[in-house]
Design a protein around this ligand. Sequence first.
Ligand code: HEC
Length: 505
Amino acid sequence: MDNGHHRLRAIPPPRGHARVYHGQFAVSELVRTVLSYGVMLRSTRAPSCSLPLLFTGAISLALVGCGDDEPAGDDAADSADSGATGDGTTAATGSDGSDDGVAAEVTYWQDVKPLLDARCGSCHLPGGIAPFSLQGYEDAVAFGPSSVPSVLEKTMPPWQPNDDCATHVGNISLTDEQIDLFMEWIDLGMPEGDPANEGAPMEPPSAGLTRIDQTLSMPEAYSVQSAPDDYRCFLLPWPEEYTTTKYVTGFGGDPGNDKTVHHIIAFLASADETETYQQLDDAEEGPGYSCFGGTGGPSRTWLGAWAPGGGGEDLPDGLGVAVEPGSTIILQVHYNALSLDAEPDLSSINLKIEDSVDKVAFVVPFASPAWLAGGMQIPAGEPDVMHEFSADIAGFVGGELTIYSSALHMHLLGSSGRLSIDRADGSQECLLQIDDWDFAWQGTYGYPQPQRLSPGDEIHLECHYDNSPGNQPYIDGERGEPRDVGWGEGTTDEMCLGVMLATLD
Ligand code: HEC
């Protein structure tokens, strides 16, 4: 079952798969999906589940009943008198509800609209990256039931970090209360309620990019050359008007074609690295050159990353990444398109820039040097290969460090990863843990309280890979056979990288 799980998440989902949800889904398709998810939920979320799965209109009810250790029905009783106003599906949640609870019942306008707008709407809008819209009552009703497995399994909204590891800013995942509320609405038959009682909008998870000083765009529009996935790097010269060191204090991505751009990573290359990238660009026809895990060149400095739904973000107060005159930004764009006929893309990044900052921030890429020299073997067929590395980077640079954000980077075989601090006093602090690695959703995760790192403290990085036959990525529509894999930039190579934004104090 675990393999099946990883298989679902480790492959960047081609849009063809999600397309199922565009039109009317066949009931049998839904049942099959829910069955496979249901079995998984029973084993992971609810060891004490005793309800049989009911394949009637009450699929979601059966899952809810299984998904909680408390007796089914308590949930509903907590938040409202759940008079079963819907299609009277079953009694799983409504059995203890009374008929007089209409005023307190969960409705679209009052409860669900604010939730869907704030936690789904940035991606699930007409023409957006997600395969269907969740805006407006009709869309919510059309796609609410088929969203149940993703909501219960917490794969939607996409939020990779394990929240027990550390608290991160900008957390868009649903709380258990919000999940219960959504489920209750579904169970009640998705009542609309009264638009006059529309609930107040929910707070956005982050303030976003507060000012745009510079927009840098791809040199020309690009049409995908492979589907469903095309990874392309574009050179964005640093503007010549900047003749002195500048500091980037905020970053936002602006995809040109919302339907095909799946993620954007901006790397910073110094003036003397630029020539290498120019050669890579010149060697291929059309704008840019193909690249996968990184830039195909020496730079590992992430200036910023964008994934769907991300409106951009300021760096923590007083912090900036230095950019010298003559630098180049390498924009890596992951396109996910159904066919080669997709509209061309012209993406940009927006930057907030200052002449000076209180503290210069460094992007610290963290990996074992031995891995790059061939020491990171992932043998064919192995379902769980682990590579780990520890180093005292504060000791190495001879000073105190502060860590503001961190990210993990693996490729398609990656299954889970963890970045932590082993303190000199023997204690351990978790920085970032991703239990179900998905290449398609890599992000950078900031801390409300930055982490201190003193000489003697070690950064510990751990990556797990599933190289079994069931977890092989689809490349150009074909599922590969397991093969021995090692460190490299290609789609079928792997990496294990921690990336931290830090200052030296
Ligand atoms: C950050 C963008 C984003 C947010 C926020 C988001 N989705 Fe999605 N969603 C996607 C994308 C993109 C897909 C297409 C599949 C993929 O690429 O993973 C998708 C696919 C889905 C699917 C199809 C099945 C699946 O899991 O792939 C469902 C159902 C879904 N979303 C429901 C929701 C619900 C409900 C919410 C809010 C509670 C939500 N999504 C929030 C981007 C988002």
